[in-house]
Design a protein. Structure first.
Length: 218
């Protein structure tokens, strides 16, 4: 059986996706993590020197799974190790290579569950539970986030106490961007354990025929 897949994406950069995924890793003992980095190859439009992975791109996606390759100090992948991931995989790919890269990484997952930072792969691979991370003030929402909104199970507002006005602002911003706004529940920072409970319920339902559903702690 394939692992239970949980995606963590964000409305924009710097909303705290890595922190949220790390906190979830602390609740799911022994799960693995995948970091997806989308890079620009040749036709970046930016100074190639400024693209941190431009020199790592080639005609095929690069998937790093050796601890020596993913424990580099200061990288998000190192933070996943420190949060308790059983294994960390790093997918470095252009937009056209995301599908192949994520599938390679998933084929290397040996544990019963995996948390994936990134949402671009959802166009090709179905997740069992998907989280969209936001952080006030809610300003721009990137186009890739708008496109995957119908796939979201939860919106998680990072670094914020429950606030009805934030929920209204979220929905207004989404409508303004032409997003398909459903009744996706909105959670706040103190509610992460509730999201974890929902994920575990899905995981247990998937693995009900197994003799072991894994370890889960708060």
């Amino acid at each position: 059986m394939r692992p239970t897949i949980v995606s963590v994406s964000g409305f924009s950069s710097d909303v705290g996706k890595t922190t949220v995924l790390g906190n979830l890793l602390g609740l799911f003992n022994g799960w693995e993590a995948i970091k997806v980095t989308r890079g620009h190859y040749r036709s970046c439009g930016k100074n190639p020197e400024a693209c941190c992975v431009s020199g790592m791109l080639s005609d095929h996606p690069l998937v790093l799974s050796e601890p020596a390759e993913t424990r580099e100090a200061g990288k998000d992948t190192e933070r996943f190790w420190n949060a308790g991931a059983a294994m960390v995989h790093w997918v470095i790919a252009s937009d056209e290579q995301i599908r192949e890269g994520v599938k390679i990484a998933l084929s290397r997952v040996e544990r019963e569950g995996v948390l994936i930072e990134g949402g671009s792969f959802l166009k090709y691979v179905a997740a069992d539970y998907s989280i969209m991370v936001a952080r006030p003030p809610i300003r721009d929402i990137k186009s890739s986030a708008v496109r995957v909104m119908p796939k979201m199970n939860a919106i998680y507002v990072n670094r914020c106490e429950p606030d009805a006005s934030i929920v209204e602002q979220l929905r207004a911003r989404l409508l303004g961007r032409g997003a398909v706004v459903t009744n996706t529940p909105v959670f706040f920072e103190r509610d992460l354990s509730l999201i974890a409970e929902e994920i575990m319920q899905i995981h247990r339902a998937r693995t009900s025929s197994s003799t072991s559903a894994g370890s889960f702690t708060f």
